[in-house]
Design a protein around this ligand. Structure first.
Ligand code: NG1
Ligand code: ZN
Length: 595
């Protein structure tokens, strides 16, 4: 490494030293610490302080997340990491500042890989090491070692480019500055600040840039609105004429999604979108609103009321990568009928399967029907058991992966068409390049042989879906448009859709424990292999409940153990989750469990 580069890194990291968790609220403390910095015992004190604070960040399910006040140094380091990733891959990467559905005082940072997906898992351990380096020198030697091991061209000759985005959190601006400083401490690295974006927009833009496509916000809106309009044009005449309500009311969670949806809605035909909780009315982000709140609490969000009984409503999370639907069944209760990610998945899977079978039906002579797309559906253990049964009964191949988009996405990419969703509403449909090329060719053939035929319409619909739906990551805005157009295509109300199957009652709890890493799991996180004996205790409890299913796992985004339980009645699911939370407490915890 060049001396100039070494000094730049050392200087830049010193500015953000000490590391996360050690932010100083007052000038006095800062002064006190600069004295400490001069002593030879610094490492000892820092470690001691660090130890007592007990904050250990890990890259987790979705990057680093914590209270925003302790994140500056971490974000600065992730800026450096993003620049290294760009140099290594010789491609554009992204850096997003968001804590998604978490409370407004939290924030987070994650890297978007050149493909538009999450940072490669191979780099996660290095991210963890960087985040917990205790001195600028230790930090620098970690980088030197890693750069050598990965053969990263860190000579200032190669250039690196990082696209930056953030959600609407007030802490976002200063954290973004820290990221920029991190990036600028790598010679040849350039940061391009794209301002406030939804997380999926940034993923989309990184992917587009690396494919040589236009990677601007207008290009994003143009692609999803035009493919939506194509799908609307392809709605069968029988259902077009049905008296379906084409209005959807959307809860924007007082985050970035609402304001982006306001732009998008003006570019659509045949759909009226009313956005509430846009973030402009002074409402607090994710507070009593948003997809995560609805999925967990199953009650009417702020801004909705008894006048909304029967309407088709949807809700985004704070950075618009999750989507759930709901309706208010009666004016006398705050309860909602939730249509979660599993049901969005089911709707998408039905539609895709239907179009595939039209496309490949026998009868059109001299055309190549031979490519039968392999369609896969990917879920996690949090998927409602009733959804899995329904999908399997519908003849679909269902696969389970551990929690976290990176796992689901990776699995889905192994199919010609892979549909993945988390119950919380995060998901998308991936189309393989090979299959899309075949589809393009098939569409051309059909155009010549039987233009306007049902088969060609099916090909066009599938091509439009592949453009509408975000190929990089789950995207609430594009999923919303796809749900809406499929409902119009089928002439279904939200109630008809919700009746596809009935959810098994479930309950999710979180339990604070001394050390959540003490729980290790296997089998797509459904079996705990440590601490010893805990799984046996959980099994014994679960066996007491008809249709009982229960598992525990450490959260990747919060310092808790999550407990998930299903059973034949809500009381039973609540009771099973409660008993297992107590087991977790007994094996690992202090004594407190909360939802
Ligand atoms: P953790 O905190 O690891 O459970 C949560 C969600 C994930 C995913 C990430 C990223 C649940 C049970 N877990 O992860 O599905 O969305 O956040 O935001 O919903
Ligand atoms: Zn999110």
């Amino acid at each position: 490494m060049k001396e100039e580069q070494r000094l730049l890194l050392l200087h830049s990291s010193s500015l953000f030293f000490p590391p996360q968790g050690l932010s100083f609220p007052s000038k006095t403390k800062r002064y006190f610490f600069s004295i400490l910095l001069l002593t030879k015992t610094i490492n000892f004190f820092i470690l001691l302080f660090w130890f007592f604070i007990g904050v250990k960040l890990s890259y987790g399910t979705a990057g680093f997340r914590a209270d925003a006040s302790i994140l500056k140094s971490t974000v600065h380091r992730v800026g450096i990491l993003a620049a290294l990733r760009s140099l290594k891959t010789q491609s554009v990467v992204g850096l997003m500042i968001t804590a998604s559905h978490n409370k407004v005082t939290d924030n987070g940072v994650k890297i978007v890989d050149p493909s538009g997906g999450m940072l490669t898992q191979e780099w996660e351990p290095f991210a963890d090491q960087l985040a917990s380096a205790q001195t600028p020198e230790a930090f620098l030697s970690l980088i030197i070692e890693f750069v050598e091991k990965e053969k990263i061209p860190l000579d200032g000759v190669q250039s690196a480019e990082i696209l930056l985005g953030r959600d609407t959190r007030p802490s976002g601006e200063s954290l973004l500055e820290a990221a920029k400083q991190g990036i600028s401490s790598i010679l040849g690295a350039i940061a391009l600040d794209l301002g406030i974006l939804t997380t999926p927009q940034l993923h989309w833009m990184v992917r587009a840039r690396n494919k040589g496509m236009k990677a601007t916000e207008p290009a994003y809106f143009e692609q999803i609105s035009s493919s939506f309009r194509c799908l609307v044009d392809l709605i069968p005449n029988e259902t077009k004429s049905s008296k379906m309500d084409n209005t959807v009311v959307v809860d924007g969670a007082d985050g970035v999604g609402g304001e982006k949806l306001e732009v998008l809605k003006s570019m659509l035909t045949s759909l009226v979108i009313e956005v509430r909780n846009t973030g402009k009315g002074g409402g607090l982000l994710n507070d009593g609103v948003g997809a995560d709140y609805l999925q967990k609490e199953k009650v009417v969000p702020r801004g909705f009321c008894s006048n909304d009984v029967g309407l088709r409503c949807a809700s985004l999370d704070g950075d618009a990568d999750r989507l759930v639907y709901f309706s208010v069944p009666t004016s006398s209760s705050r309860k909602i009928d939730l249509v979660d990610g599993d049901k969005i998945l089911s709707l998408f899977a039905l539609f895709i399967k239907e179009q595939l079978s039209i496309l490949t039906k026998e009868g059109t002579e001299k055309l190549d029907n031979s490519y039968h797309a392999r369609l896969g559906v990917i879920q996690t253990a949090y998927a409602n058991g009733a959804s899995t049964d329904y999908l399997k009964q519908s003849g679909l191949e269902v696969i389970f992966t551990p929690t976290g988009v990176k796992h689901l996405h990776e699995k889905a990419a192994q199919f010609d068409i892979g549909i993945y969703f988390e119950a919380n509403g995060h998901g998308t449909i991936l189309f393989s390049e090979t299959w899309l090329s075949w589809l393009e060719a098939r569409n051309n053939e059909l155009g010549l042989a039987s233009e306007g035929s049902e088969q060609q319409k099916a090909a066009l619909r599938l091509l439009s879906v592949s453009k509408l739906i975000n190929q990089a990551v789950g995207d609430a805005l594009s999923c919303l448009l796809l749900v809406e157009v499929i409902l119009q295509h089928k002439g279904w109300s939200i109630h008809k859709w919700n009746e596809l199957y009935q959810d098994l009652p479930s309950r999710q709890l979180k339990v604070k424990v001394v050390d959540r890493t003490a729980v290790a799991t296997t089998n797509a996180e459904t079996v705990a292999i440590s601490p010893p004996g805990i799984q046996e205790a959980i099994d014994a409890e679960t066996a007491k409940y008809p249709k009982g299913r229960c598992f525990i796992r450490p959260s990747g985004t919060e310092d808790v153990i999550r407990v998930y339980a299903e059973a034949s009645t809500q009381e039973a699911a609540d009771s099973l989750a409660g008993s297992v939370a107590k087991i977790v407490d007994r094996f690992l915890g202090f004594s407190s469990s909360q939802q």
